[in-house]
Design a binder for this molecule. Structure first.
Ligand code: PMP
Length: 440
């Protein structure tokens, strides 16, 4: 009997024994083509020797110090690198251990900012239904997956919802995408006014929605309007880029492509590329100065903050991305991937949409192709496709909760940034065979 708690309630999954580049190998000797980097994590592939060496060298030099007592060189360098990578003028970095910790940090920072400025009791964080922000209680409360939230509801504060931006499901027939974007964003203002702006701390959203909606980029103009509304009411804008940030969609931050500067942005998966757990909440100088004023009692920190080995690994991952020109490949390879998905699934009635940005792409599945959003969770089409993919030696990231927190089904692809055209063809071929098998 395995003594490890395995998620999902089933038996133990296959035992992975090694991984190199795009391939993961299990105990039985089966090889799996990793088209999702796990949960959009392994952004430079597995077993990269330059990262392995950086981890070894850092472990030998300085393994751990408490961040309250010491700073350390890899953490300082990583924070510098993050701020230099974006032209948006983000100036302070809280280095933590996961995406959920980054989100928890961000929402606490927002509250601390308002209190420090004497702005009264701003505590509501308005979030979107189509979102995933993590599994700790504070982050889970803000996320949109009702299936995940429901068992813990009595332990969480209710999160106000507004401003969904999901044209595939919500744009009216005949409405332009630009008009839809404004209509969607304006529901945030209505919600702020309903709650009273003096009670609203922040609006939290994924720039490109990942795990609960399947690679949904914002409609053009949406975030510019959101920024205007936040500014008008003194509400902070927190963008969760744990999945879509750190080059995954082409730019270091996905919000650079929206021309919008958030007050706080969260990063995690592509920051460390899976070599060590790491996350970051990155903020403007104004937010930092308010939050970090210790006299106000906003104490915050985690044992593994700014962990030297995690930071050295993340720095090495960013070095590899720069040295090998991987970020430049994301847009090109992403376009090839989308075209290949469109060509393969264009005539598959159950594939309602192919969408994404950069190397975050997804197919949305319709159980009943005659109606959108008709998915019956019990049928679990994405899960069946995920299982079939595994039989065909392909790792994808199936998800659900697209439409209203319950229904919706998609398969997410997030391969490494250095993927080739041949890899793209192989992924789409294996996925196609798995989809055929699951639908048969
Ligand atoms: N935010 C987003 C957008 C995510 O995709 C995730 C992880 N899927 C998280 C937060 C939580 O990250 P972690 O699982 O590392 O806590």
């Amino acid at each position: 009997m395995s003594h490890i708690f395995h998620r999902g309630g089933g038996g133990a999954p296959p035992l992975a024994v090694s991984a190199k580049g795009l391939w993961v190998v299990d105990e039985a000797g089966h090889s799996f083509l990793d088209a999702s980097g796990g949960a959009a994590v392994s952004c430079i592939g597995h077993g990269e020797p330059r990262v392995v060496e950086a981890i070894r060298a850092q472990a030998a030099r300085l393994d751990y110090v408490h961040s309250g007592a010491f700073t350390n060189a890899p953490a300082e360098a990583l924070a510098d690198r993050i701020c230099a990578a974006t032209p948006l003028g983000m100036e302070k970095v809280y280095l933590v251990g996961s995406g959920s910790e980054a989100v928890e940090t961000a929402v606490k920072m927002a509250r601390g900012y308002h209190v420090a400025r004497g702005e009264g009791d701003r505590h509501h964080v308005i979030a979107r239904r189509q979102s995933y922000h993590g599994n700790t209680l504070g982050a889970l409360a803000r996320g949109g997956s009702e299936a995940r939230r429901q068992p813990y509801l009595p332990m969480m504060t209710e999160t106000p919802r507004a401003a969904p931006c999901f044209a595939f499901h919500e744009k009216k027939t005949g409405e332009s995408e630009e008009d839809y974007a404004i209509r969607a964003a304006d529901t945030l203002e209505a919600e702020i006014l309903r709650l009273g702006a003096e009670t609203v701390s922040a609006f939290l959203a994924e720039t490109v929605v990942g795990a609960t909606a399947g690679a949904v980029p914002p409609s053009p103009g949406y975030f510019a309007r959101i920024r205007e509304i936040c500014d008008r009411h003194g509400v902070l804008l927190i963008l969760d880029e744990v999945m879509c940030g750190t080059w995954r969609t082409g730019s270091f931050l996905a919000c650079e492509d929206e021309g919008v500067r958030p007050d706080i942005v969260t990063l995690a998966k592509g920051l460390g590329g899976g070599y060590q757990p790491i996350g970051a909440a990155v903020c403007t100088r104004e937010v930092h100065e308010a939050f970090a004023d210790g006299r106000r009692g906003f104490v915050h920190g985690h044992t593994y903050m700014a962990h030297p080995i995690a930071c050295a690994a993340a720095l090495a991952v960013q070095d590899v991305i720069a040295a090998d020109g991987m970020a430049e490949n994301v847009g090109r390879a992403g376009e090839k991937l989308r075209q290949a998905l469109q060509a393969r699934f264009g005539n598959t009635a159950e594939v309602g949409d192919v969408r994404g940005r950069g190397l975050l792409q997804a197919i949305e599945l319709l159980e009943d192709p005659s109606r959108k959003a008709s998915f019956d969770p019990a049928l679990n089409l994405a899960g069946r496709i995920g299982d079939a993919c595994q039989r065909h030696g392909l790792l994808v990231y199936p998800g659900r909760g697209t439409v209203d927190g319950w229904r919706g089904d998609h398969v997410l692809l997030a391969p490494p940034y250095n993927i080739t055209e041949a890899d793209v063809a192989e992924i789409v071929d294996r996925l196609g065979r798995a989809v055929d098998e699951a639908l048969a």
